[in-house]
Write a protein that binds this ligand. Structure first.
Ligand SMILES: Cc1cc2nc3c(=O)[nH]c(=O)nc-3n(C[C@H](O)[C@H](O)[C@H](O)COP(=O)(O)OP(=O)(O)OC[C@H]3O[C@@H](n4cnc5c(N)ncnc54)[C@H](O)[C@@H]3O)c2cc1C
Length: 349
């Protein structure tokens, strides 16, 4: 029997890793994911507002040498995984890339983390009468992208954004002022430094919780070492500290400081997927894997169709002075989204 690599999760990190490993010819690679489409999560706010699709056929993202199996992994054991259809598959190496999201929103509210969340939100927004109030809780990138997209798609809704900190807290002061100006332009009311204890605080017809998503509890349930949030603990080569055959990447891991700050983002998931592939192929060849590291360049924040803010950052994700806004920002943002998909495929320049 040949060498088998299984990849759990066909998202940005898992697809990147699968493509890179398959390209070496070192192993037979199979991606396990219940979905048969690649979800461009970074377009889900657009799907939620009814302004565009967010899926791509999986065979347009994965290398033709990568096999797929439409199944959810329910447990990771000693060199094998169990699938939701009861089958058991053995592996020589496993890439753990289950991402984030999938948890319920509190008190009948909505989230925008997964394809199912965004599809459900689109139906709910579509069912609102003009004048209805939509409250988005969370002033980070996901909350801002969702609130602005809904405000443009449905200008007769009253959209509120509520956050317990500064809005767009991760970007610089100049960029934040541009964000506030854009919210005013779209008629979105902003409440900063306000802690929401429940939907009753908001007086809204529809609440979107754009707070940081939870990660799946597969690693924890499988007895692998995880942090308090359930993220797989890995070393600086992204190898699980509990099983040398398992390598992690993307939102679902916690890495030592030497790897760099892991922002839950495609910007981290793609290089982590590439590094995970290097670790897997080095391990199969009996070589020592190099340490992984992440370096950031920019945060790209869509602010409704035709507008975006690009905040340039240093390699540790701290904001620099330079920002690009408005239509120019939107052009850069769209190019970055397309480039990200090419990078997953391994065809980026
Ligand atoms: C609205 C929105 C906008 C965003 N905008 C940006 C942005 O502009 N820039 C940016 O960098 N990031 C952005 N992000 C964040 C980014 O999408 C995530 O950080 C990124 O998708 C993480 O990649 P991943 O591969 O770790 O996980 P994912 O892309 O979530 O993929 C995980 C995959 O694992 C599968 N899976 C889960 N559990 C199992 C299981 N048990 N068995 C099999 N398969 C399983 C899932 O079905 C999924 O396909 C945004 C997110 C949202 C929601």
């Amino acid at each position: 029997m040949g060498t088998t690599v299984l990849v759990i999760g066909a998202g940005y990190a898992g697809a990147t890793a699968a493509n890179r490993i398959a390209a070496t010819g070192a192993a037979e690679v199979t991606v396990l994911d219940p979905r048969e489409e690649f979800v461009e999560r970074i377009r889900l706010h657009r799907l939620a507002a009814g302004s565009g699709p967010a899926t791509v056929p999986l065979d347009r993202v994965l290398d033709r040498r990568v096999r797929t199996r439409a199944a959810r992994v329910t447990a990771i054991g000693d060199g094998e995984v169990t699938l939701d259809d009861g089958d058991v598959m053995r592996f020589d190496r496993l890439v753990y890339a289950v991402g984030s999201g999938g948890g319920p929103a509190p008190d009948g509210g909505h989230r925008v983390d997964t394809l199912e969340d965004a599809t459900r939100l689109r139906a709910a927004v579509g069912g609102l009468a003009d004048g209805a109030v939509v409250a988005v809780v969370g002033g980070g990138l996901t909350g801002l992208e969702t609130a602005t997209e809904i405000a443009v798609a449905r200008p007769r809704l009253a959209v509120r954004l509520v956050t317990d900190a500064d809005v767009a807290a991760g970007i610089g002061d100049r960029g934040r002022e541009r964000v506030r100006a854009r919210l005013r332009e779209l008629g979105i009311s902003l409440r900063e430094h306000t802690t929401v204890t429940g939907p009753a605080d908001l007086g809204a017809d529809l609440v979107v919780w754009a707070t940081p998503p939870a990660v799946p509890d597969l690693a924890r349930r499988s007895g692998l070492p995880v942090d308090d949030a359930g993220r797989l603990r890995v070393d600086d080569t992204l190898t699980s500290v509990g099983d040398p055959r398992i390598v992690g990447a993307g939102d679902a891991i916690t890495a030592p400081p030497g790897v760099g700050f892991v922002r839950a983002s495609c910007q981290a998931a793609v290089p982590l997927g590439t590094a995970a592939a290097r670790t897997v192929t080095a391990g199969l060849a009996g070589r020592t894997a190099p340490a992984a590291s992440i370096a950031y360049q920019a945060q790209c924040l869509a602010l409704g169709p035709g507008a975006a803010l690009v905040q340039f950052v240093d390699s540790h994700d701290a904001p620099r002075r330079l920002t690009v806004g408005g239509r120019a920002g939107a052009l850069v943002k769209e190019q970055v989204v397309r480039y990200t998909l090419r990078a997953v495929r391994g065809r980026a320049a």
